[in-house]
Write a protein that binds this ligand. Structure first.
Ligand code: SF4
Length: 82
């Protein structure tokens, strides 16, 4: 689970923007202007037959500022990315 979904900066952050790109998700913003300090990204690689899936999760970040449900508020009714 990516900690970014509960982070104040999720809709401005260049790191989360890259994670969205990896997951082929629509971006919360096209022009992120916040640089996170030392984000730690966990990459899981899964094999499903011939298909290789990569899952990127931010698991730690010095810039993390807790704002519970931030992502969900920006995209009401949509499934929160895990
Ligand atoms: S936790 Fe870090 S990487 Fe994730 S949105 Fe917040 S500032 Fe960006």
């Amino acid at each position: 689970m990516c900690i970014c979904v509960n982070c104040h900066y999720v809709d401005r952050c260049t790191t989360y923007h890259a994670v969205e790109h990896q997951h082929q998700q629509p971006h919360l913003t096209e022009f992120p202007d916040f640089e996170a300090i030392e984000p730690t990204i966990n990459v899981n690689i899964r094999h499903q037959g011939d298909i290789i899936e990569m899952e990127w999760d931010v698991v730690g970040c010095q810039s993390f500022k807790q704002e519970m449900g931030k992502w969900a508020r920006l995209r009401p009714g949509e499934l929160v990315p895990t």
